[in-house]
Write a protein that binds this ligand. Structure first.
Ligand SMILES: NC(=O)c1ccc[n+]([C@@H]2O[C@H](COP(=O)([O-])OP(=O)(O)OC[C@H]3O[C@@H](n4cnc5c(N)ncnc54)[C@H](O)[C@@H]3O)[C@@H](O)[C@H]2O)c1
Length: 416
């Protein structure tokens, strides 16, 4: 992590850059920068031992001009209101870039989930959900999983919301298990979308997946599926890390064996089919494609200078600081930005919400085809804008997203 540039500073600098390109007034800039609603809640937990501990939780609706708020729920020790504000702002631009009818939101609880039992996490989730009930709902703000939360967390949120209102409302969360109104293909969607974005970026240089080597940081809900789809697409995945470090094999990791090792509870760093590699080493490996899919701020001025990859495809939100961005751009490295590259998750979340609201479920093939089409359409629009206006892919994506949100503001008018 950079330690210098916080996620909120990064998000604000990115917005400022888009506003400058678009020539917007200071007033409109401020309106776009300011979250519409924020909720700060206390989350007391009775531990399994009977002891009471207090946590803090947040829900930020950065913008709701294009539709209900949409965004994940993060459980991590790093969570604070500013991190949630940054993540909510990125959701606003992301939903606009892939043109799903949502605003941007995010939630978080400052808790290290690995330190608590499943029963404790269930109680934290139900209490947090009850506290933010007034501002969430399928037409208000729809939650999904993020770092430290999963399908089970989303089922608890949906159940708590539904029980309190007296009937089942699957559309209040996405990323739920299929048995309670989830969508086929949601669990793998973000990773799959990352690979669609990578393929589109490579294709601009006439390169295909089987011709490239790749390194992926993060082996969670995004990283593990990105690794899987990269492998299935023919790329040679040579290194993977998670929070404890990772594994490397220059001839290519045996990805099915790594996924099986992980599924059995093994640490990536202990995978017998590779040699150890640290997170810092992974970022500087001599590979074609680098996919940071873990946490914010890992590519700063210093680490960006060591990147040897030709393409960086951002699976994580905010993995590159503005200083890191400048270094990568100066070195001619193509960065496919987070709000485009990892948007596959929110695209299939949108499909899940649509299916839940109409109580009619689509096939896995329909979902995969529609996801691929959305990612391709969004990539092409961003790439075209970048070419026509001589912008980076990041500035092009931000410009498209910010412009769509500003347009919604302008058409709706300022009340009163
Ligand atoms: N889950 C989604 O659908 C989704 C969608 C879009 C963006 N994202 C973003 O992708 C990133 C990862 O989310 P996720 O859902 O996969 O979370 P996750 O909790 O499932 O996985 C996180 C992974 O990152 C690793 N990690 C944590 N801290 C690290 C560190 N300091 N250095 C290296 N690795 C570290 C963990 O070990 C784990 O492998 C986040 O930035 C998240 O906001 C997630």
């Amino acid at each position: 992590m950079s330690g210098v540039t916080s996620p909120l500073t990064t998000a604000q600098a990115q917005l400022a850059s888009a506003v400058e390109i678009l020539g917007y007034s200071p007033g409109l800039h401020e309106m776009l920068a300011t979250p519409r609603r924020e909720m700060n809640v206390a989350v007391p937990l009775r531990r399994d031992t009977g002891e009471i501990v207090m946590f803090h939780g947040y829900r930020v609706q950065h913008n709701i001009s294009r539709g209900p708020g949409k965004g994940g729920l993060r459980y991590a020790a790093s969570v604070d209101i500013d991190e949630v504000r940054a993540l909510a702002m990125w959701m606003t631009w992301k939903c606009a870039v892939v043109d799903v009818p949502y605003g941007g939101a995010k939630g978080g609880v400052t808790i290290e989930p690995s330190q608590y039992s499943s029963a404790e996490l269930e109680r934290v989730t139900r209490r947090y959900t009850s506290e933010i009930m007034p501002i969430i709902g399928p037409e208000r703000d729809i939650m999904a999983s993020d770092i430290g939360t999963d399908e089970q967390t989303m089922a608890w949120v949906m159940d708590t919301y539904s029980v309190n209102l007296g009937y089942t409302i699957p559309g209040v969360t996405t990323g739920k298990p299929f048995a309670v109104g989830g969508s086929l293909g949601r669990a793998t969607a973000t990773g799959r979308g990352v690979v669609h974005a990578a393929e589109a970026a490579l294709a601009e240089d006439g390169v295909t997946l089987p011709e490239v080597t790749a390194a992926v940081q993060g082996f969670g809900k995004v990283g593990s599926h990105a690794v899987r789809w990269l492998h299935e697409g023919g790329a040679r995945v040579v290194a993977v890390t998670d929070v404890d470090g990772g594994t490397r094999a220059d001839g290519g990791l045996d990805v099915p064996a790594l996924l099986a090792h992980r599924a059995q509870g093994g640490r990536v760093a202990d995978f017998p089919g590779g040699t150890p590699v640290s997170n810092a080493e992974l970022l500087a490996l001599d590979v074609d494609l680098l996919v940071p899919a873990a946490v914010e701020g890992v590519l700063d001025e210093t680490t960006a200078a060591g990147v040897k990859a030709r393409w960086v495809v951002e699976g994580a939100n905010g993995p590159t600081t503005p200083e890191g961005d400048r270094v990568l751009a100066d070195r001619g490295i193509v960065v496919v930005p987070d709000i485009l590259a990892n948007a596959g998750g929110v695209v299939v979340s949108y499909f899940e919400w649509v299916q839940a609201n109409q109580a009619y479920w689509w096939t896995a093939e329909e979902i995969a085809d529609r996801l691929a089409l959305r990612m391709r359409t969004a990539y092409d629009a961003v790439s075209r804008t970048a070419r026509e206006q001589s912008l980076s892919l990041r500035d092009a994506a931000l410009t498209i997203g910010v412009q769509r949100v500003a347009e919604a503001h302008q058409i709706r008018g300022l009340y009163p």
